[in-house]
Write a protein that binds this ligand. Structure first.
Ligand code: HEC
Length: 141
């Protein structure tokens, strides 16, 4: 094997390892967010929305199967600021108050949102919600 070929193979191997370690770092971060987010969800959200995201009759809308989840910014803003006024989830109207939770910070918001999408999102929304995405969300209300 000549030198040129050998160095090429080495380079490809190196690229492969780098790419692989990148992916698994991302994967580890994703898994961490889902785990921490799940704990936070149980602590701060499941009272109203249910452990399995099923909601509670006419009072609390479900997260599981909710068409409201399609809009990531709206979800981030609901977690950040709470929510009030009429909303429609899966064709059903809700008009209650979701209080703002002052014990949670941006990292918590990102982890909770990541958890929600991991559990109840579809393939297009099921991915990491970053702290940056949370902090950039323009929730003017
Ligand atoms: C005290 C009860 C309560 C708690 C606690 C609560 N919510 Fe809500 N949530 C509501 C209500 C009520 C609404 C509907 C608000 C409206 O009618 O405008 C809502 C709406 C939502 C929505 C949008 C509608 C849907 O179902 O898709 C999301 C997403 C959501 N909540 C997520 C969360 C998350 C995440 C937490 C925890 C950080 C949380 N909620 C904590 C009561 C609550």
């Amino acid at each position: 094997m000549n030198y040129y070929l050998r160095s090429k193979i080495f380079l490809f191997a190196l690229l492969g390892v780098t790419a692989f370690s990148c992916t698994s770092d991302d994967q580890i971060q994703y898994e961490q967010y889902v785990i921490y987010g799940g704990d936070l969800y149980i602590q701060h959200c499941s009272n109203c929305h249910g452990v399995n995201g099923e909601g509670l009759r006419d009072l609390y809308p479900p997260l599981k199967g909710s068409d409201y989840l399609a809009n990531r910014v709206k979800i981030i803003c609901a977690i950040q600021n709470g929510l009030k006024g009429e909303i429609v989830v899966n064709g059903k109207k809700y008009n209650q108050v979701m209080p703002k939770n002052n014990q949670l910070y941006s990292l918590d918001h990102a982890q909770i949102a990541t958890y929600i999408y991991d559990k109840w999102g579809d393939e297009s929304t099921k991915k990491l919600v970053t702290v940056e995405e949370v902090e950039k969300a323009n929730c003017n209300y």
